[in-house]
Design a protein around this ligand. Structure first.
Ligand SMILES: Nc1nc2c(ncn2[C@@H]2O[C@H](COP(=O)(O)OP(=O)(O)OP(=O)(O)O)[C@@H](O)[C@H]2O)c(=O)[nH]1
Ligand SMILES: [Mg+2]
Length: 214
């Protein structure tokens, strides 16, 4: 791993994108991480929402840009665009909803692996508080993740510790693996492109929201 003294003092940013079927808990998970509380959100995400926070690893502040994508099928054609320049991708399913796990295998993981390289990928089994209604057991999820060479976590969006552990652990793993560099894009041009991609999504999002609200 790189020595801290080697780093310049430019901001180091990581883009974390959450994907998975509708209602698996992507927004709830991010809400818990950002606010340390659970909000029984009943509103499906439209397009994509972006949240910013920061985390300190090895005495260095890392800015996180967390992208909360919509899981509804009508937004699937946009997912590829939202994934662009992702450094850490979190694939989420709901342990009480089998199709949400089947779609990780059939759709989400392939979409991520086909479009991105040099990233950290994790599979998250959410809603562990609903254990009595579980239809996808821990072993099934864990075995699949192991077979695919991706990290595996069990979470409950009502419990901050389970959520913060995922973010802290994945950012740490990213730094351990790649240091404070973006493998794909460390040139100034690429940083500019990253910013432009964020802005264009915000614009796109406004348009989508407008279209949906009319
Ligand atoms: N019991 C329980 N409910 C949860 C948990 N996580 C999310 N939920 C509930 O599941 C429902 C869907 O959660 P969302 O966070 O909106 O799901 P989403 O993945 O963002 O859905 P889309 O925006 O449509 O893609 C909401 O009613 C949440 O309150 C959890 O860990 N346990
Ligand atoms: Mg959502």
């Amino acid at each position: 791993m790189n020595d801290i003294s080697e780093y310049d003092d430019k901001d180091f940013k990581l883009k974390i994108t959450l994907v998975g079927n509708s209602s698996v808990g992507k927004t709830s998970l991010i809400f818990q991480y950002m606010n340390n509380s659970f909000n029984d959100i009943k509103i499906a995400t439209i397009g994509c929402d972006k949240f910013s926070t920061s985390i300190t690893i090895n005495n260095r502040e890392i800015k996180l840009s967390i992208w909360d994508t919509a899981g509804q099928e009508r937004f699937r054609s946009l997912s590829q665009m939202f994934l662009k320049n992702t450094d850490i991708c979190i694939l989420i399913y709901d342990i009480t909803n089998e199709s949400s796990f089947v779609d990780i295998q059939k759709y989400w993981l392939g979409l991520v692996k086909d479009n991105l390289s040099n990233i950290i990928i994790a599979l998250v089994a959410n809603k562990t508080d609903l254990y009595p209604e579980e239809v996808v057991n821990e072993e099934t999820g864990r075995n699949f993740a192991e077979k695919e060479g991706i990290y595996f976590y069990m979470t409950c969006a009502k419990e901050y510790k389970t959520i913060s552990n995922v973010f802290n652990d994945l950012v740490t793993k990213y730094i351990e693996k790649y240091g404070f560099t973006h493998n794909q894009n460390m040139s100034d041009t690429s940083i500019l492109e990253r910013e432009q991609s964020i802005n264009s999504v915000s614009e796109q999002n406004k348009k989508i929201k407008k279209a949906c609200c009319n």
